[in-house]
Design a protein around this ligand. Structure first.
Ligand SMILES: [Zn+2]
Length: 262
């Protein structure tokens, strides 16, 4: 009997571990499709937490805390389909092109990810095949099935209140790539709250060299698209999640009311 190394390299997720994506409200009636690329900090058991502590895996380097909670509530409020990634961005980042150096980061925000040091091409291919590909295939299938249905595409993220010692003043940021129409409508709707500072392409602009969901699934398909980033200190509690889900839902409904969509 020969040992097929390629076969072993393909094993990443055990039978009792979740598949790479979760779809919520797949048949939701809304024109809106939501995705949450950094929903989870789960690491497949065989990767042994990538050598990180539970505390490190709880930090924003591993996921977007609170983003999945807001996304689920938005999906419910707006009756919108939602696709969430089931694994940490440190396993493979589902919002980075595969050629990006940050696809499987060797370090993140100064933290060395020992399980990502000098990984083999086979290990890399294994993560692509078992996590990245099925997650994006699920989004592709969902969008392909709606080819004749007016569709709006939003990705939901959260960002840390400070980065490299710099406080970030925005409570929420709305970003777009080349077509700013939807983003501008959402920004204008959110600016009606006096106590909210809205980032415009802040804290992150979209660059197809570093971003995947909006350039590929959203604008890449010609869909009205935007990326929403919520500051994490606003969504650490269920009450905060509820407040932000309601604000975003209201802003989204306003974009529908001006007749932009559909
Ligand atoms: Zn994110």
């Amino acid at each position: 009997m020969t040992i097929d190394a390629g076969h072993f390299a393909e094993l990443l997720l055990a039978d009792d571990e979740p598949q790479a994506f979760e779809i919520v409200n797949a048949t939701g009636a809304s024109q809106l499709v939501l995705v949450c690329d950094h929903a989870s900090n789960r690491v497949p058991r065989c990767l042994d937490n990538l050598g990180l502590t539970p505390e490190q895996l709880g930090e924003h380097i591993a996921w977007d805390p609170g983003a999945a909670d807001v996304a689920r509530l938005l999906s419910l409020k707006l009756d919108a389909p939602l696709v969430l990634s089931s694994y940490s961005r440190l396993v493979i980042d589902c919002n980075r092109p595969l050629q990006s150096p940050q696809s499987i980061p060797e370090q993140s925000a100064g933290v060395l990810v020992s399980g990502n040091q000098n990984i083999t091409a086979a290990d890399r291919a294994c993560r692509v095949k078992n996590v990245f590909v099925p997650y994006h295939h699920a989004i592709n299938q969902l969008l392909a099935a709606r080819q004749n249905t007016p569709t709006v595409f939003l990705s939901l993220h959260s960002f840390s209140p400070s980065l490299e010692g710099q406080q970030r003043p925005w409570h929420i940021g709305i970003s777009s790539w080349r077509d700013h129409t939807l983003a501008t409508l959402l920004i204008n709707a959110l600016k009606k709250y006096d106590d909210i500072l809205v980032g415009e392409n802040e804290p992150y602009a979209i660059d197809p060299e570093f971003d995947y969901a909006i350039p590929v699934h959203g604008e890449g398909r010609g869909l009205p698209s935007a990326m929403i980033e919520i500051r994490q200190d606003g969504i650490r509690t269920a009450a905060g999640v509820a407040v932000w889900a309601e604000r975003i839902a209201k802003a989204y409904r306003e974009t529908e009311r001006v007749g932009f969509i559909g």
